[in-house]
Design a protein around this ligand. Structure first.
Ligand SMILES: [Zn+2]
Length: 589
């Protein structure tokens, strides 16, 4: 179902006839299965159009709820009343008259409750009818220890420690919308802090190779599955939408520009199941994960198909929600990727187009914004000043009408005025390279919202060709990776040299990545350079190598235990571009 959601969103956002036709087949199938009791979907588990049922019956309700959400998305794009009507009936009849008994499955309670409340809330938003909310109330009220996320997070003991745990924070935000409980935000922020301290990785993600780690969760060789990462992305969208707190947007950018592009090849033909912050060898072998031996390779289906369903979700959601409407009918920026926003703004709902043109997230200078409106209209554009600047006294600057305004980091700046057709303004976000301390002996390197990773030369081994551009790959390192960085603050900051290149066809490709060339129908080595490369000084660490049991890098030796080799010049590339990488480096003071 996750896969179908991605398909519908991408088909309509790109207005792609081929994809829309493909999606329509599934939509027509769902519409044709409407039952008298309000439910829909296949009769039994043998139906291949409903693959979730084949695996475990307990997934069924979650899949059905997911499908109803997809029908609402489809309705949003097409205004096909058949879809809206089916979902209305599903909520009022099937749930409202309790053909489905509240809380029948544990797994459903973990992830399904959020879904039915979301459906009811969407129907309420569309129709203004509170009956949909009333219909799902007994289902939402039913809780088990696993689904009571608030209590779980307060006691730092969520009974469900599967990667689904990251979605629990969004459930607490949703609770706030209904209950008005003011303490929910504190529970969420404490929960994030707890996850930061116990699970946070350099890519902006938390460790969950199926379950969250019970010890040593921040170790850079832990595996992080795609599904919890996408779950985490959707959660941060929800937190920002509900609370408007810019720190959630900072976190979301980190994920979207680092861990998300890293889990898939630049041509989107292959993905991992588990990614590592320090990933020096992708091969089929036993690792310290709860998954099968192939979880770390790039391919069509490493370990389990769930990730194929979810990995299409983050990007359309991020693009769709890049700008949001505010309560005063203005617009607020979540992030700054190049987009065109069409909205109705101001007291009289005047049609407005906002065009954002820049090279974000690789470069933050010269970002241009153009406002087109049907007639002059007063409304507010809220601009977000990221938290990642400010340590060196930098400030985000806005140029409007020839005047420059500097805005404080980690805040929303309100541009309130009467906008005229063709008005423009400019924004500059300075991006300096910084060292982010990870432990007493390790650092990450960050410039703007991007983390940077050591460029490691690679040898690709094709294990199996599936079809067209789909193949399964092992990747072996072909250059040393046991390198520490000089991080003595001022010297190292001054010694970073930036190299810039145009953003090409595949912004998240790295030089020498093997990609599928659609025209030549062949795999080719990518020759272009990454949009930003950092040059920095480091030193070989002779006694840092592979783990004695697992084929991955060993723990980073503390400074006093290191045997240093020669000094070297190293190149760092954006984390999201890399396949093999060191992104948590030994720091050399
Ligand atoms: Zn998965």
């Amino acid at each position: 179902m996750g896969w179908l959601r991605g398909l519908v969103n991408i088909a309509y956002m790109l207005d792609d006839e081929k994809l829309k036709k493909k999606a329509q087949g599934y939509i027509e199938y769902l519409l044709s299965t409407r039952q008298d009791d309000g439910s829909f979907g296949p009769d039994g588990p043998k139906d291949s159009m409903w693959p979730d049922v084949n695996y475990e019956h307990v997934g069924y309700e979650a899949a059905r709820i997911n499908a109803a959400g997809i029908l609402l998305n489809y309705y949003g794009f097409t205004k096909d009343e058949r879809a809206l009507d089916l979902v209305k009936n599903f909520v009022l009849e099937y749930y409202g008259k309790q053909h489905y008994k509240p809380g029948s499955y544990t797994w459903f309670n973990n992830i399904g409750q959020r879904g039915i409340r979301g459906l009811a809330y969407s129907l309420y938003s569309i129709t203004g009818d509170i009956a949909y909310m009333d219909a799902v109330e007994p289902h939402v009220a039913y809780s088990t220890p696993e689904s009571d996320w608030k209590t779980g997070y307060i006691h730092k003991d969520p009974k469900c420690t599967h990667g689904a745990v990251f979605g629990g924070l969004a459930a607490i935000a949703d609770d706030y919308l209904f209950s008005g409980d003011e303490d929910n935000k504190q529970v969420i922020d404490d929960g994030l802090k707890w996850l930061d301290e116990t699970q946070a990785q350099v890519g902006g993600n938390y460790t969950a190779h199926e379950f969250i780690a019970t010890s040593d969760g921040r170790n850079p060789t832990n595996g992080s599955e795609c599904c919890p990462i996408t779950n985490h992305v959707m959660t941060l969208h929800r937190l920002f939408a509900v609370y408007g707190d810019t720190s959630y947007a900072d976190r979301l950018e980190e994920l979207m520009f680092n861990a998300v592009p890293a889990y898939i090849t630049a041509d989107a033909w292959a993905r991992q199941y588990d990614q590592q912050a320090n990933q020096v060898l992708c091969s089929v072998a036993k690792r310290r994960f709860d998954n099968r031996d192939d979880a770390n390779i790039f391919g069509i289906n490493p370990h389990y198909p769930c990730c194929n369903g979810t990995l299409g979700a983050p990007l359309p959601a991020f693009i769709n929600q890049q700008w949001m409407k505010t309560e005063d009918n203005g617009l607020v920026a979540l992030s700054y990727i190049p987009v065109e926003v069409n909205a109705e703004v101001g007291a009289e709902n005047v049609k407005c187009k906002l065009t954002v043109d820049n090279e974000y997230p690789f470069r933050g200078t010269g970002m241009k914004f153009t406002v087109n409106v049907e007639k002059p209209v007063k409304f507010t554009i809220y601009l977000r000043a990221p938290k990642y600047i400010g340590d060196y006294g930098e400030r985000t600057a806005i140029m409007l009408d020839g005047e420059m305004t500097k805005i404080e980091p980690n805040a929303l700046y309100a541009l309130e005025r009467e906008w005229h057709d063709g008005d423009t303004f400019e924004m500059n976000i300075p991006m300096n390279t910084k060292f982010i301390k990870r432990t007493d002996s390790s650092v990450a390197v960050k410039r703007g919202p991007l983390y940077y990773a050591l460029r490691i030369k690679e040898a690709y081994r094709q294990m199996k060709h599936n079809y067209e551009g789909s193949a399964d790959w092992e990747i072996y390192p072909a250059s040393p990776w046991n390198i520490g960085l000089f991080t003595t603050f001022r010297a190292a900051y001054a010694s970073v040299i930036e190299e810039h290149h145009p953003i090409g066809e595949f912004p998240w490709a790295h030089q020498e990545e093997v990609l599928y060339n659609e025209k030549e129908k062949a795999f080719k080595t990518w020759r272009e350079k990454e949009p930003v490369i950092l040059h920095i000084r480091g030193r070989m660490i002779r006694n840092w190598g592979y783990h004695r049991i697992y084929p991955m890098s060993d723990d980073i030796p503390c400074e006093k235990d290191r045997e240093y080799g020669e000094e070297v010049k190293v190149e760092l590339i954006p984390y999201g571009c890399s396949a093999l990488r060191i992104s948590e480096f030994p720091s050399i003071e």
